[in-house]
Design a protein around this ligand. Structure first.
Ligand code: RFL
Ligand code: PHB
Length: 401
């Protein structure tokens, strides 16, 4: 037996893209069903991004999920670039007319959005198996899936693919329709979460001949740090002492000391750039990592996912309220303009800060020259700052009633 249901928007994936889209649509009175492959615990525990652009912060607040973010998020008006044992401050806020970023974990954004969804009573199903799309080239698409061993079929006007890079939505589009671009980098990041107060007030991005290091944080008691490692590195080769000693060496700076603490979590992330276009095929719309990914050095992935679904929500509201299709027709091109800017910025930050094992000493001299330029020229620092804090988000209209 198959259980059939109907909704306006079927959302595949309960990451930040799918959950925020569901919340924005719910606020506008548009029905959606969110289908997620993993458990709630898994989604809430997955440690990823930590930096929200100002536009993303504003969208979350306007969407009614900003309470904890406003209380607990750390507002940062700058970052440090550290190299050759010296620390250089980039005063991003000063350089961008007062724009800032907020340090608030993606796990917390996801928890806030899941709570809001469950409170609203709108459907969100975890642990959906065998999710598959059908009829996406028509205007009567459907999603089949299994939940607790029972087969389901969800009919919708539109399907949104918010299921990340490894999801099923992008592969449902015929190969000859999509153009893809990408690059894999010859290094990875090993990230740790440590129970120790951050040794810095703002994030430190460090260039070092031994490899890149980043000092970030999650709160005033919890530090998040990353070191560049080989693509084939394994966690077992990185006991805590080795991680701290690499961080000490790479973040070294006169008169400064890195505080160590118990490590709660360790993970290795490959670095990749990828774009698939167009982000629409028939009645399927891709958003977030399902359509594009960036290496994390520019802190852009989560923010791009937020910008996509903000535009998508606006276009869907127009479509369901007044039958307007311009927003949906322009969705892919509008997103891709921002996506390509973030692609370039993320590639640029990555290339400037990492040691490429296939490169030579000449490449390192170019990086040091670029770092010296960015930290001494207001024009160059302004370009970095403008990209890091992000372009303003385009907005959905205010809720009715
Ligand atoms: P997600 O978060 O991958 O969510 C996709 C969801 O879809 C589910 N799914 C399915 N559901 C149903 N059926 C299927 N067949 C499914 N297949 C998959 C998955 O279980 C999942 O729940 O994608 P989304 O929503 O597009 O969000 C994108 C962001 O998660 C990602 O871009 C960021 O985490 C990237 N990123 C950063 N972005 C920033 O803006 N700022 C940062 O500081 C930042 N730092 C980072 C990062 C990513 C990192 N890693 C681990 C990749 C730091 C790291 C280390
Ligand atoms: C993080 O805090 O996880 C983080 C911060 C900045 C980045 C990437 C990740 O560029």
């Amino acid at each position: 037996m198959t259980v059939a249901a109907r909704t306006q928007v079927a959302i595949v994936g309960a990451g930040p893209a799918g959950l925020l889209l569901g919340q924005l649509l719910h606020r506008q009175g548009i029905e959606s069903v969110i289908l997620e492959a993993r458990s709630r615990d898994y989604c809430e525990a997955r440690i990823r991004a930590g930096v929200l652009e100002q536009g993303m912060r504003e969208v979350l607040i306007e969407a009614g999920v900003g309470e904890r973010l406003e209380q607990e998020g750390l507002i940062h008006g700058g970052i440090y670039l550290r190299f050759d044992g010296e620390n250089h401050h980039i005063p991003m806020s000063e350089l961008t007319g007062g724009r800032c970023v907020t340090v608030y974990g993606q796990t917390e954004v996801v928890k806030d959005l899941i709570e809001a969804r469950l409170d609203s009573g709108a459907p969100l199903h975890f642990e959906c198996a065998s999710v598959a799309l059908h009829g996406i080239e028509t205007d009567a698409p459907r999603v089949s899936y299994e939940l607790d061993g029972v087969a389901h079929e969800l009919h919708a006007d539109v399907i949104t693919g918010c299921d990340g890079f490894h999801g099923v939505c992008r592969p449902s589009i015929p190969d000859d329709v999509l153009t893809t671009w990408g690059r894999s980098y010859p290094f990875a990041w090993l990230g740790i979460l440590a129970d120790v107060a951050p040794s810095t007030d703002e994030l430190i991005y460090a260039w070092h001949p031994r490899g890149f290091a980043l000092h970030s944080m999650r709160s005033l008691e919890l530090s998040r740090l990353y070191v560049q490692v080989a693509t084939d590195a394994e966690i077992a080769e990185w006991p805590d002492e080795r991680i701290w000693s690499e961080l000490d060496a790479r973040l070294q700076c006169d008169g400064w000391e890195l505080q160590h603490g118990p490590i709660r979590e360790k993970s290795i992330t490959p670095m990749r750039s990828f774009v698939a276009a167009p982000m629409r095929y028939g009645s399927l719309f891709l958003a977030g990592d399902a359509a594009h990914i960036v290496p994390p050095t520019g802190a852009k992935g989560l923010n791009l996912a937020g910008a996509d679904v903000t535009l998508l929500a606006e276009a869907l509201v127009d479509r369901f309220r007044s039958g307007g299709v311009t927003g949906l027709e322009e969705y892919s091109d509008s997103c891709l303009r921002r996506v390509w800017r973030a692609q370039h910025f993320s590639w640029w930050m990555t290339s400037m800060l990492h040691i490429d094992p296939t490169d030579d000493a000449y490449g390192m001299q170019l990086q040091r020259s670029q770092l010296a330029y960015v930290t001494s020229s207001t024009a160059a620092a302004t370009s970095l700052a403008e990209n890091y804090v992000g372009l303003p988000f385009e907005r959905a209209p205010a809720a009715h009633g």
